[in-house]
Write a protein that binds this ligand. Structure first.
Ligand SMILES: *[C@@H]1O[C@H](CO)[C@@H](O)[C@H](O)[C@H]1NC(C)=O
Ligand SMILES: *[C@@H]1O[C@H](CO)[C@@H](O)[C@H](O)[C@H]1NC(C)=O
Ligand SMILES: *[C@@H]1O[C@H](CO)[C@@H](O)[C@H](O)[C@H]1NC(C)=O
Length: 259
């Protein structure tokens, strides 16, 4: 009897261990962004000054930064806030990356951030439809031996609608060098650019599994070579019409979830 009981206990213990190993932890449950854009508008003031207004929703710890001339934030009810921005640069050169037209919004409690790069050439207008608000993002984490595997799933956020989705990781090497890698098609021609880092961190997607993205960290290899990972996030980005003379209100729009 005692032997039978011991056997039963061993079986239970073994199954518990096996379950533990394969059980995925939900890092972020399938849901829409906590940071959302409700409206953007452009209103030129005069020949040298241009204004942009944004209305957003976000948790109470939401922080905002703007690289342009001035920013005025108005907190309204129900986590809605509006931001009025002015910038003196609204010529074509100002549309170079990181000119004075980048708005950054971040919530540490939601682990989310948005970056909006305004198109300063757009005429006075207002936009209230932002499809990214309907995207749903889920992230799971699974420990597998010395590997940590992350899987992101996205719904309502199709490539056909202009969205790009990928994990981003900054690898910092012992030598002081750093490399940024992001998920690429495992069977595509560009994968060679990042495959030399696969030993440490493999991030990819495949065409057979739609809207599913993976990152696999090899913890023993990372530790052995003293590589640290900073800035690990999942991004959904949307670029508007790339034409310099486009009338879109933004030229690029990023939503990040920090892991
Ligand atoms: C544009 O408007 C700003 C703010 O009202 C003002 O300070 C500036 O002098 C104006 N510039 C011109 C060229 O009218
Ligand atoms: C765990 O890692 C091994 C070795 O890389 C791999 O063959 C296996 O498919 C992984 N298991 C899961 C559930 O991902
Ligand atoms: C993980 O790194 C170790 C070296 O620390 C290596 O032997 C192993 O092959 C790597 N695993 C994968 C799946 O690349």
């Amino acid at each position: 009897m005692a032997v039978n009981r011991l056997f039963l206990l061993l079986v239970i213990a073994f199954e518990l261990c096996a379950n533990q190993q394969s059980k995925a932890e939900v890092v972020r449950r399938l849901e829409k962004p906590a940071l959302q854009t409700l409206a953007l508008s452009a209103s030129p003031i005069n020949d040298t000054l241009s204004a942009r207004t944004g209305v957003f929703i976000g948790p109470s710890d939401t922080q905002i930064q703007f690289s342009g001339q001035s920013m005025k934030i108005n907190k309204e009810e129900n986590d809605v806030f509006s931001v009025r921005l002015t910038t003196t640069e609204f010529n074509l050169e100002a549309n170079s990356p990181f000119g004075s037209r980048m708005l950054k919004i971040k919530s540490n409690s939601a682990k989310e951030a948005m970056r909006i790069l305004f198109n300063l050439n757009s005429n006075a207008r207002r936009e209230t439809k932002f499809h990214l608000n309907n995207c749903k993002i889920e992230i799971e984490k699974r420990e597998n031996g010395t590997q940590t595997e992350y899987k992101a799933r996205v719904e309502n956020c199709a490539d056909e609608d202009g969205f790009e989705k990928y994990f981003v990781l900054d690898l910092n090497f012992k030598s002081g060098d750093a490399s940024q890698i992001y998920s690429l098609d495992l069977n595509g021609p560009d994968i060679q650019r990042v495959s030399k880092y696969f030993k440490y961190a493999k991030t990819y997607y495949t065409s057979t599994e739609r809207d599913t993205y993976y990152t696999i960290l090899n913890n023993s290899a990372l530790e052995a070579d003293e590589i640290t990972i900073t800035n690990f996030h999942f991004t959904v980005s949307s670029k508007s019409n790339p034409s310099l003379f486009s009338d879109d209100l933004y030229s690029t729009y990023y939503w990040n979830y920090y892991i």
